[in-house]
Design a protein. Structure first.
Length: 163
């Protein structure tokens, strides 16, 4: 399967929200607790500096996405943040790596100098391995920084990469 990444289109909303909501529902990676519907999904994806959509070149089927936006404002506005979601049945096919790489390229094009991840859950070993492979710097561990779906607390591991 050949995969490409393009900018989000409003016609992507239902599929992108479904993929996003699946990660929210898993309750082990995203801080959000509320699912997106058609209206809130459209607003959310359009409000980002960039929403990238990974799709199958042959079928056009959406396989994953990322959101990219400033991590802060003013004197820290040159630092961006991103989140990634890959359809569950497509994980393990390096789509996440393509999404991260594309977000780094687009972030640089948008004038950001650093990509920072605030809350990588320590149990998310595929993400941790990927970020290490791509040269991200781990900043340490915040004990109990993420409330899991079951109400327990997991450590988070912030990372950054200069763009």
């Amino acid at each position: 399967m050949a995969v490409s990444i393009r900018e989000y289109r409003e016609s992507d909303t239902a599929d992108a929200a479904e993929i996003w909501n699946a990660v929210v529902e898993e309750g082990a990676a995203f801080p959000q607790t509320e699912p997106l519907d058609q209206r809130s999904g459209r607003e959310f994806f359009l409000s980002q500096s960039r929403t990238g959509i990974a799709f199958d070149d042959e079928t056009g089927e959406i396989l994953g996405l990322y959101i990219l936006h400033p991590n802060n404002v003013g004197r820290c506005g040159h630092i961006c943040n991103a989140s990634y979601a890959v359809r569950e049945d497509c994980r393990g096919r390096h789509i996440g790596e393509q999404l991260v790489t594309d977000s780094m390229e687009r972030g640089k094009e948008l004038g950001f100098r650093i990509l920072q991840f605030n809350a990588v859950v320590k149990s998310n070993t595929p993400a941790l391995r990927l970020y290490q492979k791509l040269g991200f710097t781990q900043l340490g561990t915040i004990p109990g920084g993420f409330r899991m779906k079951d109400g327990s607390y997991a450590d988070i591991v912030p990372h950054y990469h200069e763009l």
